[in-house]
Each structure stands twice: as C-alpha cells, then as structure tokens.
Design a protein around this ligand. Structure first.
Ligand code: RIB
Ligand code: CA
Length: 302
C-alpha cells in the first residue's frame, strides 16, 4: 500500500494520474497535501479535483502543513499556473478527511499489517511532523521515495537548492536523517526525463488520465512559449516507486543545509553505508515506456 504526500502542482497531478490511471497496479491508501507549489488550499483542491476527474473519490485525502517548520513557502504559481494547475478542473464535490495529515499518516501506518511505502512529492514538512509526533514512525514506513534535492548538480531555485528542499530545509534534513530506507529522486535524473510538446500532444490520443496529463503539459507549454521541454520530476519519483530498476543509485547519508542562507536547502551525499539511495542515472526509455503505459496512452519517443 502506498501513501502519497503531495503539493499539486502540475507534475504532482501527472504523477497522481500515473498512480491512479489504467496502467498502474497500485494500491493508493490515501493522499496528504502540503503547501509548496501552491497554497495548501489550492494544492488540496487540485488533489481532490484530480481524484474526482478519475472517479476515484474512494481515495481519502487529508490536509497537511500550510507552512514549513520555519518561515513560509515561496510558492511557484508562475510555473504551475494561477491556481497551481495549467488547466481549470471543475470544483471538486468530494472533501478531505477530518483531522490533519499527521493524524492520517499515523493511523494508516499503524493500522496496516502490510508493508507501507510513503511517496513524498512536495516539501517534507508533513513527513517531518509525523516523525516528530511518532517515534515509531521510522519502523512503520517500509520504504520512502522522495522527489527532492540536487546532489552534485545545480538547483532549480538557487544554484545550490532544489524547490522541495529549499521550501523546508529543516524538514528535509530531519527526514533524511531518520534512518528510513529512502530512495532520493533528485534533479540530476529529473533532467533526463524532459518531455517535448510533441510528446505531450501524443498523450491526447490516450484515455482520460492521459488526456488530462496532456492538457496540463500543453497548458504549461502555452504559458512558456520559449521553453521546448518540461522536466517530469514527480512522475520520475512515481516511476521509481513502480519500477525501481529505472534508476541507478548510490548509497550513503545525505545532509541538507539549514544555516548558510546562500546554500539553504543544498543536499550533500556522503557515500558509504547509510539509509539513502541517491539517484545517479535514469533509464530514459524504460521510464517513458512506463510513463505512457501507466497513463493509458500509446507509446512514444518523446
Ligand atoms: O523541484 C521540483 C519539485 O518541486 C517537484 O516536486 C515540484 O512539484 C515541486 O514540488
Ligand atoms: Ca511536487
């Protein structure tokens, strides 16, 4: 069973469409939302709207953090669109669970006899708050897959830091130091998963999940006429959960800068024994085959 923490956000929405689309045999136990790409209210509405679009109102959603452990989220409306998405979905009629994300995560982790994987696609505030609230949490999460970090490569918010880690560096540091077996899908491999306008257009020939993913991407290209590729960050993390073999990784421990203001959110790997497997290379063909298949679209070389 998989629990997904997310800040939809265009690439989060596409990752959710992969998980809940026709081609993914994934048991999604629920979503928790977090501010980041958008304000918590927008991210939560977008998560509910995507679920309703897919007629998956059975998937519970719990609201999480509206701000990081310290400070506030910078948001990325310029990139993700005025309400956090580049398409306008109908206002959802489904609603969130009572209680917040930490309660939801704790209850689900403790009630499940089966192994639980946690996929984190936004700032790690909810996961860090879970670890602070429940000392047993690390033993209840069998595997953590995180989209975040820029290990040995330039960031996308500052020269040193990736958006999720820069948005809440304290949370990222605490989560990566928790000892949970973690796959860290960072910007190095996301940059190997860029899709073109043609690749996005191809999605329109697929089923509902593929068509919405295509609409989100073409909406982004319309807002960014000078760009010729969109980096599929969260979809790569989703694909790494579905098929770990798409990544080569390097094991060690990862520290996150929380003091030096110029390097805030920077992620540094110390190779060796440690709980974190950092992505080093992506099998692009295997990723895109999985991407189109899970969305229910004809295969295409993007
Ligand atoms: O840096 C990319 C990550 O930050 C993605 O998860 C994107 O959705 C934003 O949350
Ligand atoms: Ca995200």
């Amino acid at each position: 069973m998989v629990l997904i923490d997310t800040d939809p956000g265009t690439d989060d929405a596409i990752a959710l469409l992969m998980a809940l689309g026709p081609g993914a045999p994934l048991e999604v136990g629920g979503l928790t939302t977090v501010g980041g790409n958008a304000r918590l209210a927008d991210a939560t509405r977008n998560a509910l709207a995507v679920l309703e679009y897919l007629d998956r109102g059975d998937v519970p959603v719990a609201r999480g953090a509206s701000r990081p452990l310290r400070g506030s989220y910078p948001y990325a409306y310029g990139f993700h669109g005025p309400r956090g998405l580049t398409v306008r979905l109908p206002e959802p009629t489904i609603t969130t669970q009572d209680g917040d994300a930490v309660d939801f995560l704790q209850r689900n982790l403790r009630s499940r006899s089966s192994q639980t994987t946690l996929l984190a696609l936004g700032p790690l505030t909810n996961v860090a708050r879970l670890l602070r609230a429940d000392p047993d949490a690390p033993s209840l999460v069998s595997r953590l897959v995180v989209m975040g970090g820029a290990v040995g490569v330039p960031g996308n918010v500052t020269p040193h830091a990736e958006f999720n880690f820069h948005s809440d560096p304290e949370a990222a540091g605490e989560v990566l130091a928790s000892g949970i077996e973690t796959t860290l899908v960072d910007l190095r491999v996301c940059r190997q998963a860029a899709i073109s306008r043609d690749g996005a257009t191809r999605l329109l020939a697929g089923g509902p999940a593929a068509r919405l993913a295509g609409g989100i991407l073409l909406g982004w290209f319309q807002r960014n006429p000078g760009r010729d590729a969109y980096e599929l960050c969260d979809p790569v993390a989703m694909a790494a959960l579905l098929d770990p073999g798409i990544l080569r990784t390097r094991r060690g421990s990862v520290e996150v800068e929380t003091c030096d203001q110029d390097r805030l959110g920077e992620s540094t790997l110390t190779p060796g024994p440690g709980p974190v497997m950092v992505s080093t290379e992506l099998d692009g063909k295997r990723f895109f085959d999985l991407f189109y298949r899970t969305l229910g679209a004809p295969a295409f070389d993007p």
